[in-house]
Design a protein around this ligand. Structure first.
Ligand code: FE2
Length: 385
């Protein structure tokens, strides 16, 4: 049973349902109205600007009928209906004291214990079954990476993986890049050396948010792929010393890549990136492309380096890593804003041929949300009436 009342001289609506009591401001309600004069019926986009809403907007009258709450706003004298269920689902009147480094719901950090349950799906299944695709994309949202097995083995087969959810991000490396031994490597990734775990292209802004690495040949010894959860690293750093976490999130590092073909890429971003309210949103770490750090004040530089050293130590800690070997037709996808990837060195005997490409999370999450709606039949997010 919903109860609603006007409070603070019409400035607030109070809804009570059982023990729960939440408040909404008149301006918030008016701005989030779903009547056809405020929002397009066809695409849900807002039709009015904030300037068209009177600054002295208030709730003049209220009527409750079942789940529907009708509010008459003054001085507009306009009556708009809201679903109480939608309002409760979008309540902002609660605990907001987040800890620095908090994680969005649905994200699960991990370490080497995930070796026993690496998220994986079969290529055929995700191509033919939307529920399997949804589950695979959901695993990427949750863990920041997932494998795909039993895929086709042909040149540029990796594009068929990106087509499952989005679009290739073309860069100066092309639409895709080759990862195998080359006689004159222009980038260390193209040699047989092992590589420390890293995120790709931190010298790019915006950074590619998804990377796909697809195996076409794998007869050389070694070369196992490893992934490390950058969010778990950041959490451990915070546990060990909040000052370390703080200094790496408070100041920007610098990254640079100067390559062939007139390329000079530079970015100034923190190693641990937080949203203004402290949400942990990205981790960047790439020793090869780290440039001189000049944005940390002299007084904090030693602390910064101590934190940076410990972050690198945690990234190299075997208890943080998951490793697997890719066979031809297998690939893995990482959220490049969260999960670091690495590989062991491999010998010159036999061949190892991977192809990689970049894509972005916006399309991946869009696909996931659409599949969630299709499969669960849930209401479109945000549509209240
Ligand atoms: Fe890489």
């Amino acid at each position: 049973m919903i109860k609603a009342s006007i409070s603070d001289n019409g400035n607030q609506l109070v809804i009570a349902e059982g023990e729960q009591r939440v408040r909404f401001h008149a301006i918030w309600l008016r701005d989030n109205a779903w009547d056809p004069d405020t929002r397009s019926v066809s695409n849900g986009q807002r039709l009015i600007s904030l300037g068209e809403i009177p600054a002295d907007i208030s709730i003049g009258a209220l009527q409750v009928s079942g789940d529907e709450i009708s509010i008459t706003f003054q001085p507009e004298n306009r009556t708009i209906s809201y679903q109480a269920k939608w309002l409760m689902a979008h309540s902002y009147d609660g605990e907001s004291a987040h800890k620095r480094g908090w994680l969005r719901q649905g994200i699960e950090t991990w370490g080497s214990e995930l070796n026993d349950q690496v998220p994986v799906a079969s290529f055929d299944a995700v191509q033919s079954d939307t529920a399997a695709l949804r589950n695979w994309l959901h695993a990427i949202e949750r863990y920041g990476f997932a494998k795909l097995a039993n895929g086709p083995v042909y040149d540029q087969a990796l594009f068929s993986v990106v087509e499952l959810f989005g679009y290739v991000r073309e860069t100066n490396y092309g639409r895709h890049f080759e990862v195998r031994t080359e006689v004159n490597p222009t980038n260390l990734a193209y040699t047989g050396l092992g590589l420390q775990a890293h995120t790709d292209n931190p010298y790019r802004d915006p950074v590619p948010t998804v990377q796909v690495l697809y195996c076409l040949e794998s007869s050389a010894a070694g070369g196992e792929n490893k992934v490390v959860d950058g969010f778990a690293v950041a959490q451990r750093l915070h546990q060990e010393n909040p000052e370390w976490f703080d200094v790496l999130s408070r100041y920007c590092a610098r990254f640079e890549y100067q390559g062939a073909n007139d390329v000079l890429l530079r970015a100034r971003k923190p190693l641990i990136e937080l949203a203004p309210d402290g949400e942990l949103i990205a981790v960047r770490f790439n020793n090869r492309s780290a440039a001189a750090i000049t944005d940390v004040p002299f007084e904090d530089m030693e602390l910064f380096y101590a934190a940076y050293r410990r972050m690198a130590g945690l990234i190299d800690d075997p208890s943080m890593e998951v490793s697997f070997r890719l066979e031809p037709g297998e690939c893995f996808l990482v959220d490049n804003t969260r999960v670091l990837h690495a590989r062991n060195g491999y010998s010159g005997e036999g061949t190892r041929w991977l192809q990689g490409c970049y894509a972005d999370k916006d399309a991946l999450y869009s696909k996931l949300q659409v599949l969630n709606l299709e499969i669960d039949g849930a209401q479109r997010a945000g549509v209240g009436t």
